[in-house]
Ligand binder design. Sequence first.
Ligand SMILES: NC(=O)c1ccc[n+]([C@@H]2O[C@H](COP(=O)([O-])OP(=O)(O)OC[C@H]3O[C@@H](n4cnc5c(N)ncnc54)[C@H](O)[C@@H]3O)[C@@H](O)[C@H]2O)c1
Length: 318
Amino acid sequence: MGILEGRVALVTGAGRGIGAAVARLLAAEGAAVVVSDLGVALDGSGPSDQPAQQVAEEIRRAGGEALPDATDVVDFGACAALVERAVEAYGHLDVVVTAAGILRDRMLFNLSEADWDAVVAVHLKGTFNVARHAAVWWRAQRNPEGHYRLVTFTSGSGLHGAPGQPNYAAAKMGIVGFTFSCANALGRYGVTANAVAPAAATRMTESIPAERRRGGPGADDRSPERIAPLVCYLASTRSDWLTGQVLSARGTQIGLYAVPQVTRQVTWAGELDLEGIFSALERSFRPAVAGAQASRAAELAAQAGAAGQPVGTSDAKE
Ligand SMILES: NC(=O)c1ccc[n+]([C@@H]2O[C@H](COP(=O)([O-])OP(=O)(O)OC[C@H]3O[C@@H](n4cnc5c(N)ncnc54)[C@H](O)[C@@H]3O)[C@@H](O)[C@H]2O)c1
């Protein structure tokens, strides 16, 4: 018996890439899965119901339970209908995974208003739209032991600030704040909320030069299937203890990010002494910033050579 037997999951962006891999594993572990995907090109154009149909069929052929759907996550009303459809079809809704996404990469000075709006709409509003309607249903159950799950998708692009993706980076960090808020608001209704920062070879990463991809050139384990076990764990009833976190998944590595916190503080006493304040900032913060930058550079260098390391745990950040 699978770990998700009897559970119902709704996965957006499930027609391709990471979402499809997640949908397949959740179904293989016994969940009934609503495979939702608008079937668009990488820039969000040209919808098609085919990708969702194909993944749902594949799941059914393998003996699983799946329902295809082609909802546009940008449409608030359509997302209400999507949640209703899941509940109508399977009687309840336990897990929501929001993996739908598009890219319109530009440097800030070349970024149009339309490209900003489209990317923020699909990622940030799209995550809100589905989560919001699911949250209404979860709250109505009045079941603190419901084991309900929200799994959102963020990105290293936002967490580390990819220079050529200001729209995407902003939307993905918006999702982090949104997920923290959901974790704090919905815990009493039996919901956990966590964000996953994945790295996998999909059409989204095709435009990144091999040497700049996380995992580095020659990393042979960048399959989207590698992201699915973490999402499966988060979807299961075992993960009740885990909420309000950002987790990374890349190849055979799963990481836990530190939740932002104040690490140093200077205090100035009433009088406006600019020179005193500025000097205190430089004395206290500057070494910390330099140290963080050096350790981030070392981490990136280690990642570039990390492919193929044996399984194990460590206290390293990723
Ligand atoms: N691949 C990576 O390395 C990587 C890294 C960081 C974050 N992510 C995030 O992981 C998630 C999955 O990415 P992927 O690499 O599998 O991408 P992908 O392009 O392979 O799949 C994304 C899917 O989302 C669907 N979609 C787009 N707009 C939609 C809309 N308005 N409504 C419904 N569906 C829509 C697309 O049709 C597509 O099938 C995304 O949120 C992405 O930002 C991926």
